[in-house]
Design a protein around this ligand. Structure first.
Ligand code: NAP
Length: 226
């Protein structure tokens, strides 16, 4: 049995691989059918996770939007929303963030040991705190702790840095991405996977295409990590 949750990344990118503009702000890439697909993925996950960069850029609530899906979760004895997790080494998540203010359910902030104690204390009033790693979050240790806390199915919703760190750390089982009919461009616009990248083809993470499905004005590609 895996010592970490079954983990998948879901994202939306432009035809040129960008997930936001050069101002690093959220941009509408997909349409109603894809929003609905993403809502179902959230509703069927134990937790939804983002990096602190995404919280600071977009302040997402990460809630399940459909009342029917929230009811379905309640009937199954679950919280209305999956647990919402922020990977945040230095405890920079603002206490006013929408993940705290919108919707019912667990919140988990993952910090490193080096996080300032006063900020961790303030966040502990609003969320469960996981400590993993020294200066920055050790994602493998985090994943093991999440599994022990009952997270069996984990959805990662970005951003670029966390996506790549999870993928290159071999902590991801599946990637699904909506590819939309627009070009965003810009060398500073975040892509699906940023971070250090590989120097050789042999170091790349291999994927096997599992599904492709036309949707809205684009296509959803689903890959299994080899
Ligand atoms: P991010 O990936 O959300 O968060 C990155 C941060 O996570 C790091 O800077 C780091 O900050 C923290 N972190 C903690 N431990 C880490 C580890 N072991 N490895 C890597 N990161 C770790 O931020 P981002 O790359 O700036 O992406 C944000 C952008 O993505 C925004 O422009 C947003 O609009 C976009 N976005 C798009 C989509 C989409 O589907 N289109 C979805 C989500 C986000 P600390 O060192 O402070 O911990």
């Amino acid at each position: 049995m895996l010592d970490r949750p079954y983990t998948f990344i879901n994202s939306a990118m432009s035809a040129d691989g960008k997930i936001a503009t050069k101002r690093r702000k959220q941009v509408k890439i997909s349409g109603p059918a894809d929003f609905d697909r993403v809502d179902e993925l959230r509703a069927t996950s134990d937790a939804v996770m983002v990096g602190i960069g995404t919280v600071l850029a977009d302040d997402p609530s990460l809630t399940v939007k459909s009342p029917e899906r929230r009811q379905r979760r309640l009937r199954a004895g679950l919280d209305e929303n999956p647990a919402r997790i922020v990977v945040d080494s230095q405890a920079r998540t603002p206490p006013t963030a929408d993940i705290f203010n919108k919707g019912a359910g667990r919140r988990i902030i993952v910090v490193a040991k080096a996080a300032p104690a006063d900020r961790v204390r303030a966040l502990a009033e609003k969320a469960e705190i996981i400590v993993a790693g020294e200066a920055s979050v050790d994602l493998r240790e985090m994943a093991a702790q999440l599994k022990r806390r009952g997270i069996g199915r984990l959805m990662v919703e970005g951003g670029a840095t966390l996506n790549y760190a999870m993928m290159s750390g071999r902590l991801v089982d599946e990637l699904s991405v909506f590819v939309g009919g627009l070009i965003i461009g810009g060398r500073d616009a975040p892509t699906l996977m940023d971070g250090a990248g590989v120097a050789e083809r042999s170091e790349a993470v291999g994927l096997k295409l599992a599904r492709c499905e036309p949707m809205d004005e684009g296509i959803v590609l689903t890959w299994k990590v080899v």
